[in-house]
Design a protein around this ligand. Structure first.
Ligand SMILES: *Cc1c(COP(=O)(O)O)cnc(C)c1O
Length: 241
């Protein structure tokens, strides 16, 4: 009885593991070939692994995925410690000032913070990072609120230029790299158009915008039509959460 149950357990765990492995691999291949077809410029695919176990991140890593996104500081810290050093981690969740020290000291080579939404937060990151030994400058994106429904995070459109100026002029330890938004679920194209207009506005002020992080599993084909350079995909790679 006991042996039978254990064998069944091991068998089903093995089947599940194989299933995830093939699912993740084929989902990544599908996304990559789509990106190849629809865009002439390179688009970064960030695999959003929040709530998924480190084993599944490793499966995507073994399929050559190197950019991953996480929303929660403690979950990222845990995965950062356990997973390969050459992963480029993106922090994509709402970041509270009191978590900045933990995030940056526990993940010294963090690649990007996509959710800077205040001068206070930018300043805190800029100060904290000066105490961390790193190989490269930390990249940051300004998160913009572009929707009436859904998310409430991000700065309003009128705050984008002043916050971006503050980062480029007063935060020498971090690098402003672009803009990020979570689209309005009912009208994603409106959100993407707003972000595109903000890019043009910043560039008219001689502030280069390299990264346009927009598009998730449900809306990335539309985001690509509006000049996305980075899509953040969770459920279409790892399955539903
Ligand atoms: C969860 C999340 C994603 C991925 O969402 P999916 O719909 O699963 O692709 C992308 N961006 C942010 C900010 C997220 O929180």
């Amino acid at each position: 009885m006991v042996i039978g149950a254990t064998t069944t357990y091991i068998w089903s765990a093995w089947v599940q593991k194989k299933f995830h492995f093939f699912m993740i691999r084929s989902n990544l291949a599908k996304l990559r070939s789509e990106l190849h077809k629809v865009t002439s410029t390179a688009v970064e695919l960030v695999a959003v692994s929040k709530t998924k176990p480190a084993e599944q991140v490793l499966e995507a890593y073994e399929a050559d995925q190197r950019h991953f996104g996480e929303n929660y500081v403690s979950e990222l810290v845990d995965k950062y410690k356990r997973l390969p050093q050459d992963i480029n981690w993106h922090f994509i969740g709402h970041l509270q000032s009191n978590k900045v020290a933990k995030l940056l000291t526990s993940c010294p080579e963090l690649y990007m913070i996509e959710t800077v939404d205040s001068q206070k937060l930018a300043q805190k990151i800029n100060r904290t990072i000066s105490t961390v030994e790193r190989r490269t400058k930390l990249k940051v994106l300004v998160e913009v609120l572009t929707s009436a429904e859904g998310t409430k995070s991000g700065v309003s459109q009128s705050e984008v230029l002043p916050l971006t100026r503050f980062i480029t002029e007063s935060c020498p330890n971090i690098e402003f790299d672009g803009l990020m938004t979570i689209a309005d679920p009912s009208k994603p194209e409106n959100s993407f158009r707003i972000l595109q207009e903000l890019k043009i506005r910043l560039e008219s002020e001689s502030i280069p915008v390299r990264t346009m992080s927009m598009g998730m599993s449900g809306d990335y084909p539309i985001a690509l039509q509006y000049g996305s350079t980075q899509i953040r995909i969770g459920s279409s790679i790892f399955g539903s959460r």
